[in-house]
Design a protein around this ligand. Sequence first.
Ligand SMILES: Nc1ncnc2c1ncn2[C@@H]1O[C@H](COP(=O)(O)OP(=O)(O)O)[C@@H](O)[C@H]1O
Ligand SMILES: CC(=O)N[C@@H](CCC(=O)OP(=O)(O)O)C(=O)O
Length: 258
Amino acid sequence: MEKLSIVKIGGNIIEDDEALHAFLKLFSNLKGKKILVHGGGKRATHMASKLGIESKMINGRRITDADTLEVITMVYGGLVNKNVVAKLQALNTNAIGLTGADINSIKSDKRPVKEVDFGFVGDVKEVAYKSIDKLIQADFTPVFCAITHDGNGQLLNTNADTITSQVAVGMSHLYETSIYYCFELNGVLENINDKNSVIKHIDSKIYKDLLEKGIIADGMLPKLENCFDALKHGVHNINMGNTSMLTRENDNFTKITL
Ligand SMILES: Nc1ncnc2c1ncn2[C@@H]1O[C@H](COP(=O)(O)OP(=O)(O)O)[C@@H](O)[C@H]1O
Ligand SMILES: CC(=O)N[C@@H](CCC(=O)OP(=O)(O)O)C(=O)O
């Protein structure tokens, strides 16, 4: 099976022009077929506050009312996505920016209201991996933002880590797929205050242990949940760490297995 890399960059890299440029250079130089997924939660929170809209997060997910949906559509689908695409073009990578509505690539269901009403937040139900592959086969590099749609004209906010793992599961029908979750730290850390305390390997048993010890928290919780879900559904390989792990010269990052 041919290989495919799906790389996700988080909010802290997007916020830092130098880090973003350095990352995009590495991504452009990455050999083989590839897809980029970006977040931008921090930028959305900042923009919302400029517009006088308060941001609320529960379990790492944004409560997305109608006003917030407008902000995230402008920020993720517009500002961040188009800037990333333009910067990739400058690096000779022929990128195409997409929400899940484009080419009907990612359909989701609005999250049902239980204890919490998340508003316009979508849980992914269908990835059109064959359509995405048409872009890849035409030598375009898809760049997804954190927006999906319900098929009835409604855009929905969807966590970028989840988009990454679900797109990876879809693409695993066609490729041996690896995920690279790039963020500002060197990997999952034993001690969050010590950047050198990288845990090099996490499997389900170690994960349970880390959860019990309270070592994993905040944004790392949904990230790791997504990892195990993806591995159970056909994704070959998952790595988490600093963007330099893309060079393969750095082996100081976290590898996740079942
Ligand atoms: N044990 C841990 N190791 C590394 N990061 C952790 C850990 N526990 C919690 N985190 C937090 O998870 C964050 C990464 O997740 P998230 O905020 O969703 O970032 P991103 O926007 O890059 O996806 C880190 O910035 C860190 O604050
Ligand atoms: C539903 C939900 O929470 N969506 C996320 C999507 C952006 C994202 O995931 O950005 P990072 O990867 O930078 O955190 C949000 O609006 O914050």
